[in-house]
Design a protein around this ligand. Structure first.
Ligand SMILES: Cc1ncc(COP(=O)(O)O)c(C=O)c1O
Length: 371
């Protein structure tokens, strides 16, 4: 029998998810109405300690709705990190605004608050810090800058469910938080997302826009162009079961990080995720950055090939947003920290189903090829 590959982030779906989906199917409520939608929203808001949570069809549509709810439009600028998944930038483009890419921190890989100020212009309306790979951005400083310059802040929490900053959950630290429940995320609904906020007006606006801009008072009356960005009751049924296991998943991810750290301690030419002092990371992706200068034996891309030959899947860090054709910036080499990380970073298998033995096998291969 062929040995099973080790994947980067395999979802862990159990009996509770199955039972909930069967119950939802049997109820007949298979689209975007039904008991699980409200339950998932209520329980998610409670978990984060926020007043409102609105399910969406994905993290990307959640970001789009968040920007729309803040009234962001053509002519506005939105500051984002250069090192992030494409959805952060695309959501800005969907509303006609311009994404302005800022460099990230060398240790924590999130947007560099010191470099944000230089990127602010009269057109700037929003900052979107991304909690990359489960690390948490420097939210206190970012919120201070936002207050000083009268800007909104949307946290992109797609990769950091349950992470904390000074005891408060990521997603509850700014004006809006947006989560993704894609299959590789810490908890999943297959596809799906959530917009969270303490602001009732924003919450109502998000719900209005995601539901085809339908009046809440008059059915089939649409005073504005809206979207169908709703989550289904079937997805929410999975989400309710997954949410109950979120703390278990996070603890497992932290354990996986410790296993990697212990087994790779001899390697001096790499750097793993670093947790900022005032934060608790959730290690969505345990990641490794190679020091290109001191690691002569293999570069990052070689390492990926070597691991894949042994059935171990890894991922490169994201390409820079400023490198993409539609956002290309000639002077993107100004974001030199992000560029270096993007070229030398690697996401290791981090799914909660992994066992200590799996990590040991991966680390042996890494050591053999990096020492
Ligand atoms: C940082 C970041 N933002 C946004 C998204 C978009 O989420 P989704 O794939 O659910 O649209 C993702 C997920 O893939 C992500 O990693």
């Amino acid at each position: 029998m062929k040995k099973k590959n080790i994947l980067v982030a395999e979802p862990e779906i159990g009996k509770d998810e199955l039972n909930n989906v069967i119950k939802a199917l049997k109820s007949g409520w298979i689209s975007s109405r039904g008991e699980y939608i409200k339950k998932f929203e209520k329980n998610f808001a409670k978990y984060l300690g926020v007043k409102y949570a609105a399910t969406t069809s994905s993290g990307t549509t959640g970001l789009h709705l968040a920007l729309l709810a803040l009234g962001i439009k053509k002519g506005d600028e939105v500051i984002i990190p250069d090192l992030t998944y494409i959805a952060t930038a695309n959501a800005v483009a969907y509303v006609g605004a311009k994404p302005v890419m800022v460099d990230v921190e060398p240790d924590y890989w999130c947007i560099d608050s010191q470099k944000i100020i230089k990127a602010i212009t009269r057109k700037t309306k929003v900052i979107i810090p991304v909690h990359l790979y489960g690390n948490v951005a420097e939210m206190e400083k970012i919120m201070k800058i936002a207050k000083e310059y009268n800007l909104f802040v949307i946290e992109d929490v797609a990769e950091a469910h349950g992470a904390e900053y000074k005891g408060k959950k990521a997603g509850s630290l700014a004006h809006i938080g947006v989560f993704s429940f894609f299959g590789n995320k810490i908890i999943t609904t297959g596809e799906g997302g959530m917009v969270v906020t303490n602001n009732k007006k924003i919450y109502e606006r998000v719900n209005f826009l995601k539901n085809q801009g339908q009046s809440t008072k008059k059915r089939y009356w649409h005073p504005e162009i809206g979207f169908n960005y709703r989550m289904t009751n079937l997805q929410a049924a999975i989400g309710c079961a997954q949410l109950k296991k979120l703390n278990f998943f996070i603890n497992k991810k932290r354990k996986i990080f410790q296993w990697y750290k212990k087994n790779l301690a001899d390697l001096k030419n790499i750097k793993l995720n670093t947790q900022r002092k005032e934060t608790k990371s959730v290690y969505w992706m345990v990641s490794l950055v190679l020091n290109k200068d001191s690691c002569k034996k293999n570069d990052r891309d070689n390492l990926i090939k070597i691991l894949l030959k042994q059935g171990i899947e890894t991922r490169t860090f994201f390409y820079l947003i400023s490198e993409m054709p539609m956002y290309y910036k000639k002077n993107s080499n100004l974001n030199s920290v992000a560029r270096k990380l993007s070229q030398n970073g690697l996401n290791l298998p981090s799914g909660s189903i992994l066992k200590e033995k799996d990590i040991e096998v991966i680390c042996e291969i890494l050591k053999k090829n990096l020492l």
